[in-house]
Design a protein. Structure first.
Length: 674
């Protein structure tokens, strides 16, 4: 039997397809073109530019099912029947095409005839100054005036999604869950913060373009931006009082109960809800490569994981469990989002790794918190010093401690916590030692002692590690060289450019602009975006798309050298190369220029190996063994006794320390630009 939520998705898209809407695939959780947003939080994010465009548009009507993540609702999850961090938004959009009347009438038809919802339980709201929308509900829909509510800017003026862009008044449709869930106040109605009235549809009328200075200009393409929460709509149609009893959550909640061996009832329900919601958010975020970190998007993911782990601990789960629960999430959602199934192994590994890191201190941290809370009198706040100890010793972010405190009716001393953080940074600076490197105008600040520059980037692109030392770059303000204990960043070598990416911790955040090797030292060129260097753990994350593109080009150079030798002769030898994300260059020895026929034959030979999709083998041997096996080595290069060999069966085998694809088919089309 088809799940109700899947039936709703299908009915929604069919309805708008029949009204000439282009069905557009939802965008990723990380907005491609909007740096002001951490996550895609609404269906219209990918269409923001359509409303402001003065160029011809490919289509002016669209409909989507968009996956969204909103950290702003984090504190409400588990404490209300309707809030979640990850959700699906059904949306239809008009860019300079139809406007308020069509949107309201069509949505009324969808909600009351297609779904259908009982008319007597529906109410509408409009922006208090929007007489046009009010008249459409009253005169065209035929809704009695007492069921149309004029609300203020807080409730019925939407946007923009981010700091600038499309915005405008909105109209909403509410469903009455019954007086038993209401607050009992005479004014209770749509817009009330109680649980009786649930918004099932939000119809935004983008008319304005918010400018950086806060002013609103007319949009070139005024239109429609509709958001309908699938979770809430499924709840209403299923006759439930909470989204967590729908088919979107029930299988996950059942599995949590089975794993914990406890019933889904009473006060425990809140913990079940938090875990179920956060597990869904984690599955989708990790599938897109958003890994736990100490800042930005990664920090939101870390918060979700640790909040879920705390609730699981309270249910009696003493071992890491999210990496197992995720199978249920993927099983439920993969029929609609197949990318979840494709990334399942990667998601499990990422979850298990982060769970293991946190599990080691979780129980001790919770015990310490209970001791602290028992000493705090009603009305007082948990001291900032204690919040800092939980953070520094047990790995509890301050906001997690705030959640634990809130559940006991307590607050935390945020200002005191920040003061303790500032003192720690000052202590780190005061205890640091300095030295000036010989032959360089660099003064190094030593933050920790120990081995450094261990490269692990063949196997992972993101790790937590310790900073060993840093040095300001005199000729580049705000830029530093940083040396760490272990790094996934490849240092420029053998023609392959150094990796780029991010470095972050609670104390400092920066962009890694380049990675080089100086002797046995791997240096990361970091432009600081905020904070200061301190002793402690940092998270390093390689720019994955850039690394992937570089891998493709590096393996292509091996195929290119083999093709050159096959066409021109074995005298061809590499005389230099450049392997970058956007291109490759290969210099070689040959007595004459290549003909057009030669170029075409070489290009064809490389592409034949790409199409063959051969596995790229990596193995190690001694240097002497490699030479006996006639493995290609770079003339004049000094190799260690133990060497790394890259073999493409029937095509190439070379000594190489660079990064490569796992199969030649990943390279894609290869084009020679002579």
């Amino acid at each position: 039997m088809e799940r109700l939520s899947r039936e709703i998705r299908s009915a929604f898209l069919d309805f708008w397809r029949r009204r000439d809407h282009r069905i557009v695939m939802g965008s990723p959780l990380v907005p491609r073109e909007d740096p002001t947003l951490l996550f895609t939080s609404a269906g219209m994010v990918q269409f923001k530019k359509f409303y402001a465009s003065r160029e011809p548009l490919e289509y002016r009507r669209a409909a989507t099912v968009q996956k969204c993540l909103r950290a702003s609702d984090l504190e409400d999850v588990g404490h209300t029947p309707r809030h979640c961090t990850f959700f699906e938004m059904l949306g239809h959009f008009s860019f300079g095409d139809y406007f308020k009347r069509e949107a309201i009438l069509w949505n009324w038809e969808f909600f009351t005839k297609v779904l259908p919802l009982p008319i007597d339980l529906l109410r509408a709201s409009v922006f208090e100054e929007d007489d046009e929308a009010y008249a459409i509900w009253r005169d065209d829909v035929g809704m009695p005036a007492e069921r149309i509510h004029r609300l203020g800017r807080k409730d019925n003026f939407w946007g923009p999604a981010g700091e600038t862009g499309a915005c405008g008044p909105s109209s909403e449709l509410y469903y009455d869950l019954g007086p038993g869930l209401g607050c009992g106040r005479p004014s209770c109605g749509p817009g009330c913060d109680c649980d009786r009235w649930i918004e099932v549809g939000n119809f935004v009328f983008p008319q304005f373009d918010r400018q950086p200075d806060g002013s609103d200009l007319p949009l070139p393409n005024r239109g429609i931006d509709t958001g309908i929460g699938l979770e809430r709509l499924t709840m209403v149609l299923a006759g439930k009082k909470t989204i967590f009893e729908t088919d979107l959550f029930a299988p996950i909640i059942h599995e949590i109960g089975r794993m914990a061996g406890v019933a889904y009832e009473g006060e425990r329900k809140s913990g079940f809800h938090i875990i179920a919601d956060h597990a869904r958010a984690l599955a989708f975020a990790l599938t897109e490569g958003i890994l736990p970190a100490n800042e930005g998007r990664g920090y939101v993911i870390k918060r979700l994981l640790r909040r879920a782990a705390v609730q699981a601990h309270r249910l009696g789960l003493r071992e890491p469990f999210l990496h197992r629960l995720i199978d249920t999430v993927i099983g439920e959602m993969a029929p609609v989002y197949p990318e979840l199934g494709e990334a399942a192994d990667r998601v499990r590994l990422a979850l298990r790794s982060e769970e293991d890191r946190f599990e080691a201190t979780l129980e001790q941290g919770l015990s310490r918190f209970e001791e602290i809370a028992a000493r705090v009198s009603g009305g007082e706040a948990v001291p900032g010093r204690e919040v800092f100890v939980l953070y520094d010793t047990y790995g509890f972010p301050a906001d997690l401690t705030a959640v634990l405190a809130r559940e006991k009716g307590l607050a935390i001393d945020e200002a005191g916590f920040e003061e303790e953080m500032a003192r720690q940074r000052e202590r780190s600076r005061a205890s640091a030692t300095f030295y000036r490197s010989q032959g360089e105008a660099l003064e190094w600040m030593v933050l920790t002692e120990g081995p450094h520059s261990s490269f692990v980037g063949y196997d992972t692109l993101e790790i937590e590690t310790k900073i060993r030392r840093v040095a300001a770059i005199p000729e580049a303000s705000g830029e530093w060289w940083a040396v760490v204990e272990t790094t996934p960043f490849y240092a420029e070598s053998g023609g392959q450019v150094g990796d780029t990416g991010m470095l972050s911790s609670p104390a400092v955040a920066g962009l890694v602009l380049d990675t080089i090797a100086v002797g046995d030292e791997i240096r990361h060129r970091v432009r600081i975006e905020g904070g200061e260097w301190t002793e402690g753990v940092v998270r390093l994350a390689v720019d994955e798309p850039s690394r992937a593109a570089t891998r493709r080009n590096h393996t292509a150079t091996h195929l290119l050298q083999a093709a050159l030798r096959g066409r021109l002769g074995n005298h061809v030898a590499q005389a230099g190369s450049l392997v970058a994300p956007n291109r490759l260059r290969f210099d070689f020895t040959h007595p004459s220029a290549l003909s057009q026929e030669d170029l075409e034959a070489i290009e064809r030979a490389v592409n034949e190996q790409v199409v063959a999709d051969k596995e790229v083998h990596v193995h190690f041997s001694t240097y002497d063994e490699a030479i006996r096996d006639r493995v290609t080595a770079l003339f004049g290069e000094k190799y260690d006794e133990r060497v790394r060999r890259i073999r493409i069966p029937g095509a190439s085998e070379e000594l190489c320390g660079g990064t490569h694809v796992s199969r030649t088919g990943e390279i894609g089309s290869f084009l020679v630009l002579a």
